[in-house]
Design a protein around this ligand. Structure first.
Ligand code: S3P
Length: 504
């Protein structure tokens, strides 16, 4: 049965949220936006986004017909993982390309746009700001992961005022980066998100963007965030926390500002923004952690291809490193050194990691990765190691449960991710049978026992759902992961891939 709701939105002649349901289960849902009968925007949606849309528009999506497609998943123990895979497009890079394309003069196409709900939220927000977004559609060459999205840019400062609060869903990157953009637009906007996002700290962007001349406020420094955009002036800013989101928000605001904007990083964070700006025609300098950009530059539309997401690849790389006789090849993965700290750590514990056919496109290094099990030695990580593996710490903890040991300190930022990733990680791994101590700013996993298997809650956090699955591969019996549908945030289809490469 197909359930469909039509919603009037300002920029479109019609908008329709549709869910295909079987009984009470939704199997597929998407949002379609039309102008005069032509579909200009058609994105698959996670159930949360459809429900949020329904809430916002006071419409009911057929009582009883709508439920999460996959509340819990059983993960069976495996003796090894084996196979060759393509990983979905990189989430961080997709967000940045979409925002720059929206601010560019002319049209841009982004191939292999990340398929998860986070990057769909960025497109939905841009559409609500008047950007004509077409797709993502499957590319004409038919390769299933080459989803192409086209955006008609509106130029720097050219976004239109939104008629409703913007919904970033679960995506901190959408909310923080878009805040930097909207700080330089002369209108008021509100950005909100789901329950997880509404508990995440925003002072880190409110303070510098206010110094640049915008007015921002958020109750208790958490979303919803209200932005009164203004004419901005450049600043010289040293973020107190290592954060690529904060850096990027300031640089995006700096594009709209007079004079120069400088961000000084005490610790290097992912540098996709610095690499993407020149691809869209903007100049910046980047030397020894100091990034400087002149405001008022124009961007030009372009065609780009996103590499596979290194953070998603990390789950399969860790599974291969964990299980003897495993051999996994991951094709066309982003190999940006600010994202591949985990590969060095896999090598340090004894895994065999090969980088194959490496190239560079759009300023981003990429190539295939082959990972095979070797040893699983002790790893000690401190504050200097954390920024380059911030998103991979949960799966490195999962790897340690397979007979290794991981001691992490200096990672209190984990408490401000999609969940409190220290408490939720320790709780979940313990329920699967692991020995893990929670520290104020990290954790300590001692993999001296086989996991018994058990039931762990993903706690609204996509990376925890996937990390628990990697840990559960080593269980004595099958494990259950509750609320596992949250993987849709970054890796729809994760559990199908897991099944396809696991051997019992
Ligand atoms: C991201 C930066 C990191 C990371 C997040 C994506 C980005 O967050 O954890 O998943 O795309 O800029 P922080 O900037 O909060 O460290």
């Amino acid at each position: 049965m197909t359930l469909s709701v039509t919603i009037p939105l300002e920029f479109y002649t019609s908008a329709r949220a549709t869910a295909d349901t079987v009984g009470a289960r939704s199997i597929r849902s998407w949002l379609q936006l039309d102008i005069h009968g032509a579909t200009i925007f058609n994105i698959p949606l996670g159930p949360r986004l459809v429900q949020a849309l329904a809430r916002r528009t006071q419409l009911t999506l057929g009582t009883g017909c709508y439920s999460a497609p996959m509340a819990s998943v059983i993960v069976h123990p495996a003796t090894r993982v084996h196979g060759r895979l393509r990983i979905p497009g990189d989430k961080s890079i997709s967000h940045r390309y979409a925002l720059l394309a929206a601010l560019a003069d002319g049209s841009s196409t982004i191939a292999r746009y990340a398929p998860g709900a986070d990057c769909a939220a960025t497109l939905a927000c841009l559409a609500a700001l008047g950007v004509v977004v077409n797709g993502p559609h499957d590319a004409p060459n038919g390769a299933p992961d080459r989803r192409v999205v086209t955006l008609q840019g509106r130029g720097i400062g050219g976004l239109a005022p939104p008629s409703l609060p913007l919904d970033a869903g679960n995506s901190g990157t959408t909310l923080r980066l878009l805040s930097g953009v909207l700080a330089g637009h002369p209108f008021d906007s509100i950005i909100t998100g789901d329950r997880s996002l509404r508990r995440r700290p925003m002072r880190r962007i409110i303070e510098p963007l206010s110094r640049m001349g915008a007015q921002l406020s958020a109750p208790d420094d958490r979303p919803p965030i209200t932005i009164r955009g203004a004419s901005l002036r450049g600043i010289d800013f040293t973020p107190p926390v290592a954060s690529a989101q904060v850096k990027t928000a300031i640089l995006l605001a700096g594009l709209h500002a007079t004079g120069e904007t400088t961000v000084r990083e005490r610790q290097a964070t992912r540098d996709h923004t610095e690499r993407a700006f020149p691809v869209f025609g903007a100049k910046l300098t980047h030397l020894d952690g100091v990034i400087t950009l002149r405001g008022g530059q124009r961007l030009r539309g372009t065609n780009v291809t996103v590499p596979g997401d290194a953070s998603s690849a990390a789950f399969w790389a860790a599974a291969a490193a964990a299980l003897p006789h495993s051999d996994v090849t991951l094709d066309d993965v982003g190999l940006n050194p600010t994202r591949t700290g985990f590969l060095k750590l896999l090598e340090r514990v004894g895994a065999h990691v090969e980088r194959i056919d490496t190239t560079e496109e759009g300023g981003e290094p990429r190539g295939s990765l082959r990972v095979r099990h070797g040893g699983n030695a002790l790893l000690e990580l401190g504050p200097d190691d954390v920024p380059s593996v911030i998103d991979e710490l949960p799966v490195l903890a999962a790897l340690a449960t397979h007979g290794g040991e991981l001691h992490v300190t200096g990672a209190s930022e984990l408490r401000h991710k999609e969940s409190d990733r220290i408490t939720a990680l320790a709780t979940g791994l313990r329920l699967l049978g692991a020995r893990i101590d929670e520290l104020e700013d990290g954790f300590h996993v001692i993999g001296d026992r086989q996991l018994q298997g058990g039931t762990a809650d993903a706690a609204g956090d996509h990376r925890l759902a996937m990390a628990f699955a990697v840990a559960a591969l080593g269980g004595a019996r099958p494990s259950e992961i509750l609320n596992a549908e949250i993987v849709d945030v970054s890796y729809p289809g994760f559990f199908d891939v897991l099944k396809s490469i696991s051997q019992r």
